[in-house]
Design a protein around this ligand. Structure first.
Ligand SMILES: [Zn+2]
Length: 481
């Protein structure tokens, strides 16, 4: 080795050491900064634990470190950010068990290299969940774009909820939504493909025939996927045949009322359906808000125009709801009467299912016409209480029970040491008035503290963007995007 080469080598090694030092000092200060952002104590707060015992711990201290609840009523460590919880109430992060979150779309013809043509900012679609304390969602129109959104959230680029994702399997016409199967063999194959694609859940839809539905549910059990879904129309008049082992969760109370569409809907029918569900271990998402909102739109689109929260809806979607509203197009006194009869019958369903001891989980169909993501969960809680659940039961339906059904109850769903810090800090006690879930002081999302100031800023930024873009996006022109 000559001298020059030797000197170059020494220089290179020296530079590497220097870079290494710089890196590690940057890492140290980054770590300190991160620690400050990940170590919190909420002092003097009233905890509604939502555990089986449902204990309430008054004037407690909760310490959160590295995304988890590490202690309740123990010593507060140093270098911790203190949040004053005096007079406030801490509940687990809320879970919406039935959503349709907007994601990138292709509005044009397909070509081999064509991806999406219309893009949704992931933070924008997640902001309304977070602002409303909804820290977990169950996506029931799952597609590959939702995996992308979930990755952005997991990476920390987007503040958003945990996402469980179920893709839809349907039958009948190839143009019906979802993956179409019309035989038992195809249904089983579709379930295996869904599994291979990385889903943990599958959604069965209305146009499946009886043999496809039965095979789907059976194959899902073999593949370790849980089944949520509609009760296919094919089961009308023989609803009991749909209640086969491993049909885990019915997506709407309306699934039951559709089974007796032209019949009287009485307490007796509600009790019969409750018995079917109870015996089969099938849970229910009542989804009361969906029919109430549909009824409002059938009556008048003013019900949408007058919503204060409409400012948080993407202008394209808002334009669709107002200019291409299928519910409103089919408005008639008969339709309104029918929807009214559903609203009444669904209250009977709630009572019958509660009496039979069928677990119910809160879900809203958020993202569909007139139902605004995040905000809608509070509407649903209010309707559940109005229908006969206690405030406590309504809260359980949006916290512990959904976590149990999704099989993530070791991670979230209660306020307990060892659970992830998905929490909502409220200004008033929701056990006194369920509407107090709307009085949000701040939200912990996977250990990240989002206070009221930040929530308001996120919402106002979103509203500002939507307003600025309102003339740019119209439903009529969607194929041009
Ligand atoms: Zn839905």
């Amino acid at each position: 080795m000559n001298n020059i080469k030797f000197l170059s080598l020494i220089f290179l090694l020296f530079s590497l050491v220097l870079i290494g030092c710089k890196e590690s000092s940057r890492n140290n200060s980054q770590q300190q900064e991160l620690q400050k952002q990940s170590l919190f104590a909420i002092e003097n707060v009233n905890i509604i634990t939502m555990t089986e015992e449902n204990s309430i711990i008054e004037n407690a201290t909760v310490v959160i470190e590295n995304k988890k609840i590490v202690s309740i009523n123990k010593i507060i460590p140093n270098n911790v950010k203190i949040i004053d919880g005096t007079g406030k109430w801490l509940i687990p992060g809320l879970i919406d068990m039935h959503v349709h979150t907007n994601a990138d779309l292709n509005f044009r013809e397909n070509s081999p290299t064509q991806g999406a043509t219309f893009f949704m900012d992931t933070q924008d679609v997640m902001t309304t969940y977070i602002a409303n304390g909804v820290t977990t969602i169950f996506e029931l129109g799952g597609r590959v774009e939702h995996f992308g959104q979930r990755n952005e959230i997991t990476k920390g680029d987007v503040i958003g909820p945990r996402m469980a994702i179920a893709p839809m399997i349907n039958g009948g016409d190839p143009n019906n939504g979802g993956r179409i199967v019309n035989t038992a063999t195809d249904a089983r194959q579709a379930v295996r493909i869904v599994k291979a694609e990385g889903y943990n859940f599958v959604k069965a839809y209305s146009q499946l025939n009886m043999e496809s539905f039965t095979a789907l549910v059976d194959e899902a059990e073999k593949q370790g996927l849980k089944v949520v879904g509609h009760i296919p129309d094919a089961f009308k008049g023989q609803t009991e045949k749909a209640f086969i082992p491993h049909f885990g969760l019915v997506a709407h109370a309306e699934e039951f009322s559709k089974q007796i569409r032209n019949q009287d809907k009485t307490k007796k029918e509600a009790q019969y359906f409750a018995q079917l569900a109870k015996e089969n271990g099938t849970w229910l998402i009542p989804n009361l808000i969906a029919i109430v909102k549909i009824r409002d739109q059938v009556q008048s689109l003013d019900s949408i125009r007058s919503m204060k929260t409409l400012q948080y809806v993407h202008p394209l979607l808002k334009d669709k709801w107002l200019t291409s509203n299928n519910y409103n197009k089919h408005s008639s006194p008969d339709f309104l009467n029918y929807l009214d009869s559903l609203i009444t019958f669904h209250k009977e369903i709630i009572i019958a299912f509660k009496d039979a001891g069928v677990p119910m989980v809160a879900g809203t169909d958020a993202g569909t016409s007139g139902i605004i993501t995040g905000f809608s969960l509070h509407d649903e809680l209010e309707l559940l209480v109005d229908a006969g659940l206690t405030n406590k039961e309504a809260l359980i339906s949006a916290t512990r029970l959904p976590a149990t059904w999704l099989e993530i109850d070791d991670k979230i769903g209660t306020v307990e040491v060892g659970k992830f810090a998905d929490l909502v800090l409220l200004d008033a006690n929701p056990l006194n008035d369920i509407n107090n879930t709307r009085k949000i002081f701040g939200v912990f999302v996977n250990g990240r503290w989002i206070d009221k100031i930040k929530i308001d800023k996120m919402l106002s930024d979103l509203a500002e963007w939507n307003t600025a873009m309102k003339d740019k996006y119209t439903w009529k022109k969607r194929r041009e995007y």
